[in-house]
Every structure is written in structure tokens, then in C-alpha cells.
Design a protein around this ligand. Structure first.
Ligand SMILES: NC(=O)c1ccc[n+]([C@@H]2O[C@H](COP(=O)([O-])OP(=O)(O)OC[C@H]3O[C@@H](n4cnc5c(N)ncnc54)[C@H](O)[C@@H]3O)[C@@H](O)[C@H]2O)c1
Length: 313
């Protein structure tokens, strides 16, 4: 495959890039390094090109499609850093998505895979949230990502949009798992918000990606999750146990903030039925695999397992 990965230097994008290069595919990464890092990708690889640029730069997108001629697009670029920056989120998540979709249409690509957030569902009425639950986003990130997904869904492209649970894996540096790990190791205090989330292991995400990238596979909107929710306190307990820490007092548990969603758990049943996919790792295995990665590499470690290309070996 010739795969264009927008946001390819990010957590998911860099893990996918590494995997596709190992499998012998050609990869073009486009990233503005807003939240991704150049160092997450191999320094050089004969089958990889890395372009620093923005998805909302229409001229650049058209140029990259003309030069690289992708057969597949993975649209992983997203802006979310500043919840008050509606303009940046709109530029990246709406305008950028439009340009990538239009270029993909003009190029006649085989598959377009988009990543969407559970925040598109807003405050769900039913748990676990089925993939056909109404979209009721209420944040800049959720609304702009939802608009991008809506545009894609109307495009006529052979597309899949994956609404993702929290994916854990190499280089994950945000969220409760790295936060608890880092703070507890440093002897610092923590607190747990009384919220419930679902987590999925990177290898289970890879298995979904393998299924959805196949020509002629089902298209549409799919949840990617184990379907089981767990409290933030449960994560805390696994980290405490993993580090062998004896707490002098119980961790404070705080009510979720007004802008927080108390429980987000996605229902993957339609994805399981459509692709014959099954998550392999349960909650505790997923968290412990993440912690074992931090033990080996550290929380902010940015590196690639890729062997250097022959010229540099
Ligand atoms: N990781 C998860 O658990 C998760 C959960 C739900 C949704 N998602 C979605 O998956 C995708 C990847 O998420 P991630 O966790 O890898 O995040 P990430 O921040 O690591 O990756 C996003 C990448 O997009 C890049 N980017 C931002 N604005 C850009 C722009 N204008 N032009 C080009 N590149 C730009 C960033 O620099 C970064 O490398 C996003 O679309 C996100 O909404 C991820």
C-alpha cells in the first residue's frame, strides 16, 4: 500500500507508521508537530517521507497527493490542545479534513480511514454507547471532529470512521495512566475523578486497522472499544500495585467537573459483527502492558523500534 498518514508523528500515527514500514508499505507522513514529535518516527527510512505542514494547506495537500499518489489515507491529524481555541480546532479538524477528503476523492483512493473521538456522542443516554447513538458534541474538539466526520460520511469515498476508546501503547504520554505512574514514582500525591472510561490496547487497535484497510471491507462508522468501562480509581489501583507502593492514606476521589462526561463506554458489537474482530486484552492486561512499557522506556521517551535502513546500518 501507499499510505498517506496525516498526523503521522502523533501517538497513533507513529505507531501505525512503524508497523506499516515493517510490513513493507510506503508511508507519507504529514504533520505540523503541534502535539506529535519528529523523534517518534524513524530518523530515516527508504519507504518513508515526512513532511512538516498543515492539513488545512490545500495547495500542500494537492501537491502531496500528486507526488505520492496514495492508495490509502489514514486521517489521524487532529487539533485539541487548547479547548478555547475554536479557530485552530476548526481549521485542522474541519477545513483540513475537507481538503484531505476532496484530494482523496480526486485521486480515487481505495480506502479512507478516519479517527473520531467518543466526545462526538457528547453526554450519552445509553451505556455502552451504540455506534448509531446521536451525535451531541459540546466541546470545540468534539464539535469540530464531528463536522469533519460528517463531511467524510457524505463524500462518497470508501471510508471507515473509527470512534476510538482510549488507546494505550508505546509513547502514550497523556491521561491518567502516565500521570499516575509518573507522580506515584516521584512520591507525589494524586487524585481520581469519579469517571468511567474504556481502554483498548494498541495491538487490538492494530487488529481493527488490519481489518478495515482491506479492499471491499465494510464501510461506515464503527466503535473501537472492549465495551467495558472502568473507573479512574481502578487504574490508580493497578498502578499502585504495579509499583508496589503502600499508600499512607486513601487517594482522594473528586466529582467530575461540569464540562466532563461522567461515563464514556463505547459498544463495539457492530464492529465485532462486521469485521469478525475481537479485542484480545482485558482491562487489567491493557493497563499492565502499558506500565511495563513505561518501566522499559519511560513516560516521555520518544523513539522508534525500527531498525535503521540498510544505508545507515
Ligand atoms: N489515542 C486515542 O486514544 C484517541 C482516542 C479518540 C480519538 N483519537 C483520534 O485519533 C487521532 C490521533 O490521536 P493521537 O492520540 O495519536 O493524538 P496525537 O496528538 O498524538 O496525534 C495527532 C497528530 O496530529 C498532528 N496535527 C495537529 N494539527 C495538525 C494540522 N493542522 N496539520 C497536520 N498535523 C496536525 C499533531 O502534531 C499530532 O502529531 C486524532 O484524530 C484523535 O482525535 C485518538
Amino acid at each position: 500500500m501507499r499510505i498517506l498518514i496525516t498526523g503521522g508523528a502523533g501517538c497513533l500515527g507513529s505507531n501505525l507508521t512503524e508497523r506499516y514500514l515493517e510490513a513493507g508499505h510506503q508511508v507519507l507522513v504529514l504533520d505540523n508537530f503541534a502535539t506529535g514529535h519528529r523523534g517518534s518516527l524513524p530518523e530515516a527510512h527508504p519507504a518513508m517521507r515526512v513532511v512538516e505542514g498543515r492539513v488545512e494547506d490545500r495547495g500542500l495537500i494537492e501537491q502531496l497527493f500528486a507526488e505520492f499518489k496514495p492508495s490509502h489515507v489514514i486521517h489521524s491529524a487532529a487539533a485539541y490542545k487548547n479547548p478555547d481555541d475554536w479557530v485552530e480546532d476548526t481549521r485542522t479538524n474541519v477545513e483540513g479534513t475537507i481538503h484531505v477528503v476532496e484530494a482523496a476523492k480526486a485521486a480515487g483512493i481505495k480506502r479512507f480511514v478516519n479517527f473520531h473521538t467518543a466526545l462526538g456522542y457528547g453526554r450519552p443516554e445509553v451505556l455502552p454507547i451504540p455506534a448509531d447513538a446521536p451525535a451531541r458534541p459540546f466541546t470545540s474538539y468534539g464539535i469540530s471532529k464531528q463536522a469533519g466526520e460528517n463531511y467524510l460520511a457524505m463524500s462518497g469515498l470508501p471510508f471507515v470512521s473509527l470512534r476510538l476508546a482510549n488507546v494505550t501503547g508505546p509513547r502514550l504520554a497523556i491521561g491518567p495512566i502516565p500521570t499516575f505512574y509518573t507522580r506515584l514514582k516521584a512520591g507525589k500525591g494524586c487524585f481520581c475523578s469519579k469517571t468511567v472510561r474504556d481502554f483498548i490496547d494498541m495491538d487490538d487497535f492494530f487488529a481493527v486497522m488490519d481489518a478495515v484497510m482491506v479492499d471491499g471491507a465494510p464501510t461506515g462508522l464503527f466503535n473501537v472499544s472492549t465495551g467495558t468501562g472502568h473507573t479512574i480509581k481502578e487504574i490508580f489501583d493497578v498502578v499502585v500495585d504495579h509499583l508496589g507502593i503502600v499508600l499512607s492514606e486513601p487517594v482522594p476521589e473528586v466529582e467530575p467537573g461540569a464540562d466532563d462526561v461522567p461515563a464514556v463506554v463505547l459498544d463495539p458489537s457492530q464492529t465485532i459483527a462486521s469485521f469478525g474482530w475481537q479485542p484480545r486484552y482485558n482491562f487489567e492486561q491493557t493497563i499492565r502492558r502499558m506500565l511495563a512499557w513505561y518501566d522499559e522506556h519511560g513516560v516521555t521517551a520518544i523513539y522508534s523500534h525500527l531498525k535503521p535502513p540498510p544505508a545507515q546500518a
